[in-house]
Design a binder for this molecule. Structure first.
Ligand code: BEZ
Length: 211
């Protein structure tokens, strides 16, 4: 059965480039990103894993642990990491799961047979500290993902998990946010002392509350 937002992220143990990992233990009390790529030694995947490595401090700042997966074996991952580091000028330190038996790919429904019978598609799951799935994106093999967008979503998820707000289209950290629909304007004025701008009764903005 396929996963949906709010479902518990299935736990697993897997061999990775940094040793055996239990997903829940690896994530601890923080946030996680589990993302699949179709195959090692392929160009788009090389750029994706390189970009992820280059953004390591951004993920760490947000208390997010990253975990990549494909159905290639460990020795192949290890050889490929050297190419990623060389060509993308990075240092891949996050684990890459060797999922040759497709345990993780099947648990997370990462093989879409009408796209490819053998390779995982570009699935990405954001997992919250409660081990629930907060976001899923699925891209085809031909399109590399935008990891700044992934960071942007994490900023939104972390903010909206703490405050009764939502974030508008194209929002970036630092910009005004939307007062949650469940909050009356009277309560919003008390909750958000930086001010509430009422555009419509259902469309109210306030400065980002955690800055
Ligand atoms: C790539 O990463 O470039 C790629 C992988 C599998 C199929 C197509 C492209």
């Amino acid at each position: 059965m396929s996963l949906r937002l709010g479902d518990a992220a299935p736990n697993f143990k897997a061999q990775t480039t940094i040793g055996e990992i239990d997903l829940y233990e690896y994530l601890g009390t923080g946030w996680g990103i589990l993302f699949s790529h179709p195959a090692d030694y392929t160009p788009v995947c090389t750029t994706e894993l390189g970009k992820t490595a280059l953004l390591a401090t951004e993920f760490a700042k947000r208390n997010v642990k990253v975990l990549a997966v494909s159905v290639d074996p460990l020795d192949k991952h290890q050889g490929w990491v050297k190419d990623i580091n060389e060509t993308q000028h990075c240092d891949v330190t996050f684990p890459i799961i060797a999922d040759a038996d497709r345990t993780v790919a099947n648990l997370y429904d990462m093989i879409h047979p009408n796209a490819s019978e053998t390779f995982t598609v570009r699935s990405l799951f954001i997992i919250g500290p409660d081990k629930k799935i907060k976001l899923m994106i699925i891209y085809p093999a031909s399109t590399g993902r935008n990891f700044f967008e992934v960071l942007r979503v994490i900023d939104s998820l972390q903010l909206t998990s703490q405050y009764s707000v939502a974030t508008p289209a194209d929002w970036k950290s630092g910009e005004d946010v939307i007062v949650g629909l469940g909050v009356s304007t009277e309560d919003a004025i008390k909750k958000f002392p930086k001010g509430v701008k009422v555009v419509k009764p259902y469309l109210r903005y306030t400065p980002q509350p955690n800055l």
